[in-house]
Design a protein around this ligand. Structure first.
Ligand SMILES: Cc1cc2nc3c(=O)[nH]c(=O)nc-3n(C[C@H](O)[C@H](O)[C@H](O)COP(=O)(O)OP(=O)(O)OC[C@H]3O[C@@H](n4cnc5c(N)ncnc54)[C@H](O)[C@@H]3O)c2cc1C
Length: 431
């Protein structure tokens, strides 16, 4: 079958890779001049299989005034779409929903681990892949206790190997944060986590796909999904239509816009974030693990002789500007947590839009149009979840029973625009 994937980010490219490896002819189309220039470009680099709890959790209702009304409120309600997203987000902001989502995402993350690491190593994709573990450090005993409770919960679900460390044990484990001892009450160490540069991964994987016969159409914007009589006929672009037997929408934060042209109302909103990639001064200790500082919610990941530093969540802000105060805050965090006094060389600044659903779960699989499939809405975890999500799309297209239950990731009938008069009921779950 000839399958065209919209989006050359980490989600679209892994989907194309696994579809190609199952014998399909694949085409990929992206509006950018190179692969991986969307959210996958310079993200936090964490393959963080055990830290998947959604943003919407039971703590949100109490924090609502600050989220909406404070001077630096991250949640901006500009229009009706934002308001609808925010209301759905609140519907999921309770303990029960957060636990269901965590459970589903842990399964998807495990599936991803099973496929992404052999893909990177087996295909020799140079992207500074490191199985260095992950250390999450907490500023006070209250937050450390909450983390301990989450560990106990996740251990019951099968997450193995996570341990709580004292502040001194954190420093022994990760000497790069020795100067930050006074800033932490303790941490959680997860040995089986990894990190890698998803932007480099996208560039290499696109080359590999092209070498193996994929058509990669770059610099080509899909303005509309042309459909008639219940089937997609073509992807409309200024340079002419792109036709295939089936299509996979993997357009990141822009998926909602394109989805609407096919009668699908995807609840995806951009969560804007920032990163810098720094080269520490000679003699400075580079981190061995990836590190999350929970005081600021900023992550640090080793990428060869550089360190990626990423953070911030601005809800519903989709402009691509990079305010100097955000870069200043990332630099301050780097100096305080890693102790780098001077940061040599080029400082690579970046911003990206996380494609977020209100529940925190991606939307994967079928649509009312039988030859259109979705792989969208991976929020803050797209690099971690890409390979598992791609495998699920392959399962659905092949008509196989999915490897893990699909129900948590399916498009709900409410997400179909009724005006399009498409009859749709969610397909039965295979397992
Ligand atoms: C600051 C930050 C830190 C993050 N850290 C991590 C992390 O540590 N670990 C992790 O797992 N995840 C992380 N993420 C999330 C992760 O980066 C995203 O979930 C992931 O990149 C989404 O991949 P994608 O392929 O869906 O989207 P994208 O990478 O955005 O790709 C979508 C592609 O679709 C193309 N496109 C869109 N519309 C059209 C159109 N109409 N026509 C043609 N092409 C189109 C775009 O150009 C783009 O290239 C982070 C994100 C940010 C912003």
């Amino acid at each position: 079958m000839h399958i065209c994937v919209v989006g050359a980010g980490v989600v679209g490219l892994t989907t194309a890779y696994f579809l190609q490896s199952e014998g399909h002819r694949v085409s990929i189309v992206d509006r950018e001049p190179a692969p991986g220039l969307g959210a996958s470009g310079a993200n936090g680099a964490q393959l963080s299989y055990a830290f998947v709890a959604p943003l919407a959790d039971g703590s949100i209702p109490a924090r609502l005034p600050a989220l909406l009304l404070s001077r630096h409120a991250p949640l901006r309600v500009h229009d009706l779409a934002h308001l609808r997203w925010a209301l759905q987000f609140l519907k999921h902001a309770n303990r029960r929903a957060a636990r269901d989502t965590t459970e589903a995402l842990l399964r998807l993350a495990e599936l991803s681990r099973e496929f992404i690491e052999p893909l990177i190593e087996g295909e020799r994709i140079e992207c500074n892949f490191t199985r260095g573990g992950k250390l999450v450090v907490y500023p006070d005993l209250k937050s450390l206790d909450a983390a301990r409770a989450q560990l106990t919960y996740q251990a019951a679900l099968g997450t193995r190997g996570q341990v709580v460390l004292s502040a001194t044990q954190c420093i022994e484990r990760e000497p790069a944060i020795a100067g930050y001892l006074g800033g932490i009450a303790g941490g959680v160490w997860t040995p089986a986590e990894a990190s890698a540069d998803s932007g480099a991964f996208c560039a290499r994987l696109a080359e590999l796909l092209a070498q193996r016969g994929a058509e990669v159409h770059l610099g080509r914007t899909v303005s509309r999904i042309d459909h008639a009589d219940g089937l997609v006929r073509a992807l409309v672009t200024a340079a002419g239509p792109l036709r295939a037997d089936a299509y996979v929408l993997a357009a990141g934060a822009a998926a909602a816009e394109l989805g609407r042209t096919a009668g699908i109302d995807l609840p995806i909103l951009a969560l804007k974030g920032y990163s810098i990639t720094v080269q520490p001064e000679k003699g400075a200790t580079l981190p061995r693990a990836s590190i999350t500082d929970m005081r600021r919610r900023i992550v640090f990941a080793p990428l060869g002789d550089r360190v990626r530093v990423a953070g911030f969540v601005e809800i519903g802000n989709d402009d691509r500007s990079i305010p100097p105060r955000r870069i200043g805050a990332l630099l301050d965090a780097t100096r305080e947590v890693l102790g780098y006094s001077v940061i040599d060389g080029e400082l690579r600044q970046w911003t990206g839009l996380r494609p977020a659903t209100p529940s925190g779960r991606p939307i994967i699989g079928r649509t009312p149009l039988p030859n259109l499939y979705l792989n969208v809405g991976h929020g803050a975890l797209g690099w971690t979840l890409a390979a598992g999500s791609a495998r699920l799309v392959c399962d659905v297209i092949a008509g196989r029973a999915p490897t893990i239950p699909m129900a948590p990731f399916q498009l709900s009938p409410q997400e179909v625009i009724h005006a399009q008069r498409l009859s749709y009921s969610a397909p039965p779950t295979a397992r």
